[in-house]
Design a binder for this molecule. Structure first.
Ligand code: T5A
Length: 216
């Protein structure tokens, strides 16, 4: 039986990585086989691309089109090397960001032509698309505060994308609202301003019925 593909989306610091780990734990406790991946990255090739996109000292001059293609090069590899085989084996795939990130960040955020962005995504994903997307929604102030308090606890690591200005992240958030409005069946907006446990419960309310119906 085909597995289940769930993606997590949202602006920086909305709590995706935290909630992916918690959902994986709940699903495993329920006896399900779960594969957790992230984008960009998730394969050896993808993790090298992730470094180039985010942290490399040589990435300052990256053109927006290069960014678009590298995000989707990483995605093409992840889809073929991990996601398709896992789904074919009946696993539940939890992906920390997927194609909606490209629409929101490279389309709305960087201002690249949305039709071209969609065509590039199509090359990367083919017919491999999430069954459910959880869009973790927080206002920009909450996002900034969470990132600030996390940065205070970690050694500094430069991140090219997080260096963008506030207007860029406003456009990204607008992109996500447009995606959710266009596909309300697939994309569920989760109020992620509450505590970790409150957000976890809201996610479980969306996921549990689907898993009970579909996954082995
Ligand atoms: N990108 C990605 C594109 O531009 N195009 C694309 O196509 C793709 C796929 C990825 C970057 O690449 C861009 C978007 C990104 O800029 P990343 O490091 O994976 O880079 O960045 P994010 O996905 O944004 O990950 P973050 O770690 O920054 O944010 P998360 O995962 O949303 O948040 P999380 O869980 O790490 O939490 C952040 C902090 O908040 C706390 C956590 O403990 C942590 O300290 N927290 C909470 N605090 C209070 N209440 C809650 N409910 C909390 N939940 C978490």
């Amino acid at each position: 039986m085909k597995g289940l593909f769930i993606s997590f989306e949202g602006t920086e610091g909305s709590g995706k990585t935290t909630q992916v780990a918690l959902l994986a734990e709940s699903l495993r406790d329920w006896g399900r086989r779960v594969r957790v991946v992230r984008e960009p990255g998730g394969t050896p090739i993808g993790e090298e691309i992730r470094h180039t996109l985010k942290h490399s000292q040589q990435n300052q001059a990256m053109a927006w089109e290069t960014e678009l293609l590298l995000m989707n090069a990483s995605r093409a590899q992840l889809v073929r090397e991990v996601i398709r085989p896992a789904l074919a084996a009946g696993e539940i795939v939890l992906c920390d960001r997927f194609a909606d990130s490209t629409i929101a960040y490279q389309g709305y955020g960087r201002g690249l032509d949305l039709e071209i962005v969609r065509q590039v995504i199509q090359i990367a994903v083919g017919d491999t698309k999430p069954d459910l997307t959880l869009l973790l929604d927080v206002p920009p102030g909450v996002s900034r505060e969470r990132l600030r308090s996390r940065q205070a606890t970690l050694p500094f690591l430069r991140d090219r994308i997080e260096e963008a200005d506030a207007a860029f992240f406003e456009r990204v958030a607008r992109g996500y609202r447009a995606i959710a409005a266009a596909e309300p069946q697939r994309v569920r907006v989760i109020d992620a301003t509450g505590s970790v446990e409150q957000v976890r419960a809201a996610i479980w309310r969306e996921v549990a019925p689907l898993v009970a119906l579909k996954a082995t």
